[in-house]
Design a protein around this ligand. Structure first.
Ligand code: SAM
Length: 276
């Protein structure tokens, strides 16, 4: 008998992968968590039935949420990640030569444990020098830390459950306050094909507080529609300008791609115009 896992990306679209094994399935305090082995993408972490990361394509998302901000800020010494309990973004952060401290604030300790148990290439970051893992609500954490960070990354689940407020103007204002005078915020802002309203919420909410607000794109095959967006809010530095080319290249990210990622298709430009 064949076993398949399906994420219902919209009420009318399912994304299915054939699986060979279920490694974990549990209800945590916050969400349903499962780890399965897929033939196509290797190990896959799902929360509430939605794909969070896979062994095969994690590099795209993790490089792109991290390196764009890290390579356009001149001195990203203190970095905060909200969510991201799989450890992939923290791996990128602590490996950047300018970073002295990378703090990961994840609300669900079971996600961190699943990463430790099943995703060694991501969770290797937890024990790197400069890495701190805090199990707490990121919303409260940013309220409690003013003028502290050079870069904040919001590596969150979609706006459901404990992540709803992570897409609100009040949260973006608290991120603005938690950043130093030349700080930069980057958030994952979902698919321009399927989540127009999330993009408008993120882009519009960030633009209220940050003088420079820009959106960029990357291709992540296991995320809904395969085309993913990230929104940056910056106090002073232009996120399109690459500053650290020697530390730049990864498997997806290059300094050319950094700039190209900000060139938006017409329909995405229209989403931003209509959201203002
Ligand atoms: N890359 C993924 C994506 O775009 O689907 C996100 C991965 S990461 C696993 C998302 C994490 O955000 C989850 O582990 C979830 O527990 C965490 N999270 C949700 N709300 C949170 C909050 N308020 N504070 C801290 N972490 C939160």
């Amino acid at each position: 008998m064949e076993l398949w896992v399906t994420e219902y990306q919209t009420p009318a679209l399912g994304f299915s992968c054939k699986i060979s094994e279920t490694l974990r399935t549990e209800q945590t305090k916050f969400q349903h968590l499962s780890v399965v082995v897929t033939e196509q993408f290797g190990r896959m972490l799902l929360l509430d039935g939605m794909v969070q990361t896979t062994e095969k394509d994690e590099f795209v998302y993790h490089e792109m949420i991290s390196r764009v901000a890290l390579n356009s800020h001149p001195n990203p010494e203190q970095v905060l990640i909200i969510g991201g309990g799989d450890g992939g973004s923290l791996r990128e952060v602590v490996r950047h030569p300018a970073v002295k401290r990378g703090v990961l604030v994840e609300i669900d300790d079971r996600v961190v444990q699943a990463a430790r148990d099943f995703f060694p290439d991501l969770s290797c970051s937890f024990t790197e020098p400069g890495a701190e893992v805090v199990i707490a609500d990121g919303i409260q954490y940013v309220k409690d830390h003013k003028n502290t960070f050079d870069v904040i990354m919001v590596d969150s689940t979609e706006p459901v459950g404990p992540a709803v407020e992570l897409f609100s103007p009040g949260f973006y204002q608290n991120c603005f306050n938690a950043l130093k005078d030349d700080g930069m915020l980057v958030v994952q802002s979902e698919s321009p094909f399927f989540n127009e309203n999330v993009i408008k919420m993120a882009y519009g909410g960030i633009k209220k507080f940050f003088p420079i607000t820009k959106l960029y794109l990357a291709s992540v095959p296991t995320y809904p529609s395969g085309l993913w967006s990230f929104t940056v809010g910056s106090k002073t530095h232009d996120p399109e300008t690459v500053k650290f080319t020697e530390a730049s290249s990864g498997r997806y990210y290059t300094s050319d791609l950094h700039q190209a990622a900000f060139k938006l298709p017409g329909f995405v430009q229209n989403i931003l115009k209509n959201g203002e």
